[in-house]
Design a protein around this ligand. Structure first.
Ligand code: MF3
Ligand code: CO
Length: 290
């Protein structure tokens, strides 16, 4: 890292002198690093201007998911959901982030029942009573990214599946409560994992959340098999997702060879996921997208 003099402009782009801006912040980060903690790089700390732009992107993502919530119904195909996401996102001036992302061929991921994530929308997947569906929506607006997902219960869902969906949402909120400056990503991860485990569920190990905002997927990688007081230090200005995939059965998953995207539970048990995007603030956190 380039050495900054105290009277130089701060590295964050605020225009303020370093000594009045991020000098104390850097000292704090260095003190954790000296104790061998994993600490965020400077490029993981968003500036206030970037945060504003990211929030604009989030507005589209939230509006699109709100619309899906209104119109989703038994008898609808997941291809129809894909079309609504594409049309609404582009009408609002955005681009669906999944479309053509590393070859992903649709505007949204729709993952049904034992599908864990990255489900392909299809005209052949018709929602029926008793289904649980994750709709994972991501938007690019003026180059800034947002990402969140919700579960939808179609018609008459069994008490067991309803509970899976509800507990998974609770897991996200338990994790969120742990997000604060100078805490650790592992505080969040353990809270998520403990709540799932206490309810007899497992959490998928291989696929996690991520930093987001300037890119679709940034560092840090966000897992849920971490322990309190470990993993990356949290500092104001970091933005990442909390998006645990919770399985009713075993944690093992596989990716279908058919398209190398769609992930399923190995034992065929159902899986639920909610995803929120959170900003670490000076005093705690702010949910940007849900
Ligand atoms: N939206 C997913 C996430 O939460 C990413 C999906 S990648 C895609 O990180 F290409 F399938 F869209
Ligand atoms: Co995500």
């Amino acid at each position: 890292m380039a050495k900054i003099e105290r009277n130089d402009p701060c590295w964050c782009g605020s225009g303020k002198k370093y000594k009045y801006c991020h000098e104390a912040f850097d000292a704090k980060i260095a003190s954790f690093q000296a104790k061998h903690h994993k600490v965020p790089r400077r490029d993981m700390i968003k500036t206030p201007e970037q945060i504003e732009k990211i929030k604009e992107s989030c507005k589209i993502n939230i509006a699109v998911l709100d619309e899906i919530e209104k119109v989703i119904h038994e008898g609808m195909s997941t291809a129809e959901i894909d079309k609504i996401v594409y049309d609404m996102t582009t009408d609002m001036g955005g681009i669906p982030a999944p479309l053509n992302y590393e070859g992903f061929p649709y505007s949204v991921c729709t993952s049904l029942n034992s599908q864990v994530c990255h489900g392909f929308p299809s005209k052949n997947v018709i929602l029926k009573s008793g289904d649980i569906l994750n709709v994972d929506c991501s938007t690019i607006l003026n180059g800034y990214f947002s990402d969140s997902s919700r579960m939808f219960c179609i018609g008459d869902v069994s008490p067991a599946d309803r509970k899976l969906v509800e507990v998974t949402r609770e897991c996200v909120y338990k994790g969120l409560e742990e997000v604060k400056p100078w805490g650790f990503l592992g505080d969040m991860g353990q809270a998520v994992h403990d709540h799932a485990f206490a309810n007899g569920y497992t959490v998928v190990r291989e696929i996690g959340g991520h930093g987001v905002g300037l890119e679709f997927h940034e560092d840090p990688w966000v897992g849920y098999n971490t322990k309190r007081g470990t993993d990356m230090l949290l500092a104001p200005g970091m933005i990442f997702t909390i998006e645990p995939m919770v399985n009713a059965g075993k944690a093992d998953v596989y990716t279908t060879v058919k398209n190398d995207w769609e992930v399923y539970t190995r034992d065929g048990s159902n899986s639920a996921q909610w995803e929120i995007m959170v900003l670490v603030t000076e005093t705690g956190h702010e949910v940007l997208c849900w």
